[in-house]
Ligand binder design. Structure first.
Ligand code: HEM
Length: 261
């Protein structure tokens, strides 16, 4: 079987199983995204199969790549880890949506990690018509144009002379109550053309908010209980591999150390 048919078969099985579960237990209808699609009248199986495939491709390897590099950077930056942990501990053990939205420091640290190690390191488009870019560059119909989030995240002109540093604070300002500092962070985003990690414009990533929600919940769930320590010896330098999504060469072997506090 061709890999594309295998993938379709795999997605169709997920849908079949979910339909069976819903028919046995209708309270599942609102529990997860697929159940919601199926319960909201999307009966066209090809349509739902396409959704499942695009969510697996777009939503799985991206967030796992982001978290691999994130845990690596945390292991090398104890101060950042401490601040993330402080924020997590202010929330409940399974933070609800409103609490996750309020995790400004964790959010900033994820943006900063993806600046240095973007899950989609390079992305291309093919021009459907002749065009001219804002800087005057002529693009002819059929030409391929690529943008390069990995390189852009490391440009001094965009991020300053300390671009090499993992510094979540570059995405934050101290929240104030009038003239008084209140000891909380406020997230300050960058425009998507400076930081095209989720692309920009009308075809920007549809799952961006969901990705942050997922990643923050996973980070909160793991860090509250465990320290994630690299198994590799001191001095180990991971190698960034730029496939369709980014990878750490050889993976990232870690040891989960249970926290006592
Ligand atoms: C850190 C995580 C993620 C990153 C960095 C990311 C990045 C991107 C990028 C760069 C694109 C543009 C691809 C292109 O058109 O060439 C994209 C598109 C897309 N993403 Fe994400 N993504 C992430 C997570 C997710 C998640 C979790 C979902 C869904 C649950 C998702 C759904 C989509 C969809 C449906 C598109 C296509 C949008 C369109 O073409 O109109 N993404 N993403």
């Amino acid at each position: 079987m061709k890999p594309s048919s295998q993938l379709r078969e795999f997605a169709k099985n997920i849908i079949k199983e979910k339909k069976q579960q819903i028919s046995k237990n209708s309270s599942l209808e609102s529990v997860d995204l697929l159940s919601r699609f199926l319960s909201s009248g999307h009966s066209d199986e090809d349509f739902v199969t396409d959704i499942v495939i695009s969510f697996i491709l777009a939503g799985r390897d991206t967030t796992s790549a982001a978290l691999t590099w994130y845990f690596w950077l945390l292991s090398q930056n104890q101060e950042v880890e401490k601040e993330v942990l402080r924020e997590i501990k202010e929330k409940s053990e399974s933070p609800v949506y409103e609490e996750v939205k309020d995790m400004a420091y964790t959010h900033a640290s994820l943006c900063e990690s993806m600046r240095l190690y973007p899950p989609v390191p390079i992305d291309s488009k093919v021009a459907q018509h002749d065009d001219v870019l804002p800087d005057g560059t002529v693009v002819k119909k059929g030409m391929r144009v690529s943008y390069h989030p990995y390189a852009m995240g490391r440009l001094e002109v965009l991020w300053g002379s300390d671009w090499e540093k993992f510094r979540p604070e570059r995405w934050l300002e101290s929240a104030t109550d009038g003239a008084n500092k209140v000891g909380k962070w406020r997230f300050v985003g960058r425009d998507p053309y400076t930081y095209p990690v989720f692309q920009a414009g009308p075809r920007i990533c549809l799952g961006k908010d969901m990705a942050f929600l997922q990643m923050k919940r996973v980070v909160a769930g793991i860090l509250r209980r465990f320290k994630v320590a690299p198994v590799a010896e001191d001095g180990f330098e991971p190698v960034f591999v730029a496939y369709l999504t980014s990878k750490m060469k050889g993976g990232f072997p870690v040891r989960f150390e249970k926290r006592d506090d």
